[in-house]
Write a protein that binds this ligand. Structure first.
Ligand code: FDA
Length: 459
């Protein structure tokens, strides 16, 4: 039994950055909207929570200088940003477990390995520069680049294992968060092109530049505030009937009739909705070739940022460590010190075979390799596990399996009748980031406004 039936111009499914951006843009253009959100909160993969007295950003948090759509939104909402702490030496742990301090972007590897990394990086930057992040499938070599795994391509470039591990890292463990044999060179180049270059992805000071004071979830919270009662929480959309004339979206409590729908959530969740008639075969097929990566974001809060006393910035990397990267994630104005570490793909799978205590011990042990024994004793410890979140199912985002990007990419954003698709996981610039979600929200809203104007002029 449904409690209410309402009519709107557009129904938006999902109150993440993409859906809420689209809803606000549509409202501004004079269309009526309702946003249906499965969870009892807005923000999706943006979530700031207080755990044992510590404010933690459990999902997305960083903004980079090229993310203009997100920056504009942050500014429009009157939010303040601050820089990630980066004064002091970074740490790199090599194959022998030795801890090396360094500054700048290049890891302290042997001159021969450094030369290989520099050469391959130059090659990758040149290739990524040729890839249009909005149409990677249109590159003349797209088919060839989608046929070879990221891992195999790197092995074709060099047999220097340390160079390969460090090169693989930027788009693999650290971004797509899938094993490097599970996605293609083309998918890797899309990731690089979406951030401006492969070098940008490697540059932590670029890609992890700013945070929002009070947390990035304020972006969706404030966007939702502008929409007031038109955001309905705790209402997963169960079914969507559609025809050229419009849609009927049904939750357990509400039926919404609208002229257009926007599915603004991770593509792996499209199949959670029952469509009548079914989506076309092309969409059925392409949606099956997208899957979420998997990474655990680990938060450890200490009475003070003790690593700074050792002259360390908190920035730490190692392709040989369980936590392959870690950073100073101290909140703005906080006296306590927070470290954030990441455990990705197969390492994350393996960790979830262990008990919570064993997991904590293993992760803190890894952090102690970077920062010393004090890292083993945080006041607050928390693992963000998006893999167990029903309405996300992984982290950070979705990407194509081998060959899928070239085969299906061009239809990722193609509307099906009145149904449009918007999500960071479908973005070109800002792909897999909040910036991409906002760009997709804006794009889809403008497409619907155009359609609505054309329809009105024909009436
Ligand atoms: P998102 O998934 O956020 O929102 C979709 C919404 O739809 C959700 O609220 C969901 O509940 C809802 N939904 C799903 N199915 C539904 C249904 N049937 N009915 C109703 N509602 C439904 N990005 C970045 O820029 N900087 C960063 O530092 C990071 N770091 C980071 C860390 C971690 C741990 C994660 C998980 C992610 C990041 N990201 C990030 C990525 C970033 O958070 C992400 O790309 C965007 O927040 C995605 O926004 P969307 O609106 O596209 O989807």
């Amino acid at each position: 039994m449904t409690d209410q039936e309402i009519s709107r111009d557009v129904v938006v499914v999902g109150a993440g950055a993409a859906g809420l951006t689209a809803a606000n843009e549509l409202r501004r253009a004079g269309l009526s909207v309702a946003v249906l959100e499965a969870r009892d909160r807005v923000g999706g993969r943006l979530w700031t929570d207080v755990i044992d007295g510590a404010m933690l950003e459990l999902g997305g948090q960083w903004i980079s200088p090229d993310q203009h759509a997100l920056q504009e939104t942050v500014e429009d909402l009157g939010l303040e940003t601050f820089s990630r702490h980066r004064d002091g030496d970074s740490v790199y742990i090599g194959p022998d477990g030795a801890v090396h301090r360094f500054t700048g972007e290049m890891f302290p590897v042997s001159p021969a390995t450094e030369k290989v990394i520099a050469e391959v990086t130059e090659r990758l930057d040149a290739m990524a520069a040729e890839v249009d992040p909005d149409r990677p499938w249109a590159h003349p070599k797209a088919a060839e680049w989608d046929r070879i795994t990221w891992d195999a391509w790197l092995h074709e470039q060099t047999d220097d294992d340390e160079a390969i591990r460090n090169l693989a890292f930027a788009t693999g463990t650290a971004m797509l968060t899938k094993p490097t044999h599970a996605f293609s060179l083309l998918q890797s180049l899309l990731m690089a092109a979406s951030a401006g270059s492969y070098s940008n992805l490697v540059d932590a000071d670029f890609i992890l530049d700013k945070r929002v004071v009070g947390g990035l979830q304020q972006v969706p919270l404030l966007l939702a505030e502008r929409l007031g009662d038109d955001v309905l929480l705790g209402q997963p959309v169960r079914s969507l009937e559609w025809s050229e004339a419009g849609v009927v979206a049904t939750t357990d409590r509400t039926v919404i009739k609208a002229r257009y729908a926007i599915l603004a959530h991770a593509p792996v969740l499209y199949s959670r909705i029952s469509f009548t008639p079914p989506l076309p075969r092309r969409q059925h097929q392409l949606h099956q070739h997208l899957s979420m990566g998997f990474v655990i974001k680990v938060h450890a809060v200490y009475d003070r940022p003790f690593w700074r006393e050792q002259g360390l910035s908190g920035t730490a990397f190692s392709p040989y460590e369980l936590s392959h990267e870690a950073y100073d994630n101290t909140n703005h104005g906080d006296e306590r010190g927070t470290l954030v570490g990441f455990v990705s793909d197969r390492n994350a799978d393996d960790l979830f075979e262990l008990s919570a205590d064993e997991r904590r011990e293993r992760i803190l042990e890894s952090l102690s390799h970077y920062y010393g024994p004090e890292a083993k004793n945080p006041l607050v410890y928390y693992e963000s596990d998006w893999g167990s979140e029903e309405w996300t199912r992984g982290a950070y985002a979705a990407s194509f399996d081998m060959g899928g990007l070239h085969r299906y990419g061009a239809d990722l954003r193609t509307a099906v009748g009145p149904i449009h698709f918007a999500c960071s996981d479908l973005a070109g610039a800002g792909y897999q980031h909040v910036d991409g979600a906002i760009r997709m929200g804006r794009l889809v809203a403008s497409q619907i406004v155009d359609k609505a104007r054309t329809a009105a002029s024909q009436e």
